[in-house]
Design a protein around this ligand. Structure first.
Ligand SMILES: [Mg+2]
Length: 367
């Protein structure tokens, strides 16, 4: 077992209201090799303003989870997750990295993809959403001029960062230029306070967004429920929905039409499957969100969405092709005509080597 703390350069600044990112992002990679010599990879990509830090994930794996992971039978991944939960609280991203690497090995050993191990492939391609979050809106408009003709139709605007009038101007320019050909979504990243939010949201609702994501702070569930009834626009919960317990509460209060599912929030593929079982029962569709994840984590997310019928709102796995200037995979997961193509190969369906990691990221530490 080898743990890597790495840093990757990114090619565009991202302004999202919290934790604006420019320059580089840090992540942790986990390389697990079975007794017979099959290597699997996992990734922990916390974001310090959202779930935690890469350094903490690195320490969690090195000091606490290593002893659980080493020698654990691949025939009992669920048991490994329970054992890691007993060993330490939280640190879901680090536990996810172990689980992902175990599934990767199991898949390679059995010649099945992780999606097949999770129950089967229900889709071969996933609609891709691109986030409009560049501090320079004109740069995003130029990107859209290239992306829309190439088949990208889903765009999620990070609203609430700039003044409301600016948001309104940008939204009207996007609709004026691209009309109804684009599937427009809004994400406030908790930027509004419940007091006064409804007036702001009524304004932006005029642009017919497919959903409005997390307009208010994560604990303001009653406000989310009010917006649902007042606006007639679907409300998607992201920060308000980390795990199955959060979702139960959202359902109880009638506070969400849809949820953003991130493996880093859920802390595991199996845990996210449990979350989706509840969502499907409540007829709440899922959307594949991300943090600052690289190719390994997004491969896990791609396999997960491929296996889950209720993950029907697409994904925002645009990092490897549009933001990371380099990625640790030998080959990126292909995007075609605005879709992520689910890989066919066994395990995660990707190829990673120590060399491809060293060639494409700055290695800050290994253990
Ligand atoms: Mg979000």
């Amino acid at each position: 077992m080898k743990i890597w703390l790495i840093e990757s350069p990114i090619m565009m600044a991202r302004q999202q209201g919290v934790g604006d990112v420019k320059g580089t992002v840090k992540r942790v990679l986990l390389q697990l090799t079975s007794a017979e010599g099959v290597t699997g990879w996992g990734e922990a990509a916390p974001w310090e303003v959202f779930t935690g830090t890469a350094e903490a994930a690195y320490a969690a794996l090195d000091i606490y989870l290593r002893e659980v992971a080493i020698g654990w039978p691949l025939s009992n991944i669920r048991g490994a997750m329970a054992a890691m939960d007993r060993r330490m609280v939280g640190h879901g991203e680090a536990k996810l990295a172990v689980e992902t690497a175990m599934f990767d090995i199991l898949g390679k050993r059995s010649d099945l993809s992780v999606a097949e191990l999770l129950g089967g492939r229900v889709r071969e391609r996933i609609p891709l959403s691109f986030s409009i979050a560049d501090p320079d809106f004109e740069a995003d408009m130029r990107r859209m001029e290239e992306m829309v003709p190439a088949g990208n139709t889903i765009f999620k605007v990070k609203t609430g960062v700039k003044p409301h009038a600016t948001d309104m101007d940008h939204l009207s320019r996007m609709r004026a230029r691209f009309g109804d050909t684009i599937d427009l979504r809004l994400d406030y990243n908790q930027a509004l306070q419940p007091f006064g939010a409804l007036r702001v949201l009524r304004d932006v609702a005029a642009f017919a967004p497919t959903f409005i994501e997390q307009p208010v702070p994560r604990d303001a569930l009653r406000a989310l429920a009010e917006f649902r009834t007042a606006l007639g626009v679907p409300i998607l919960a992201d920060e308000s929905c980390f795990d199955a317990h959060d979702l139960m509460e959202l359902i109880r209060l009638g506070a969400a039409d849809a949820i953003s599912v991130k493996l880093m929030k859920a802390g595991g593929l199996l845990k996210a499957q449990g979350l989706l079982a509840i969502a499907a029962t409540a007829r709440i569709p899922g959307y594949g969100g991300t943090l600052w994840e690289g190719g390994i984590a997004l491969a896990a997310g791609t396999q997960f969405i491929a296996a889950m019928p209720n993950m029907s709102l697409g994904c925002e796995f645009y990092m490897p092709h549009h933001v990371l200037t380099e990625d640790v995979l030998e080959q990126r997961i292909p995007n075609q005509a605005g879709h992520v193509i689910v890989p066919q190969g066994p395990g995660l369906g990707i190829s990673v080597t120590e060399q491809s990691v060293r060639d494409n990221a700055r290695v800050l530490a290994t253990a």
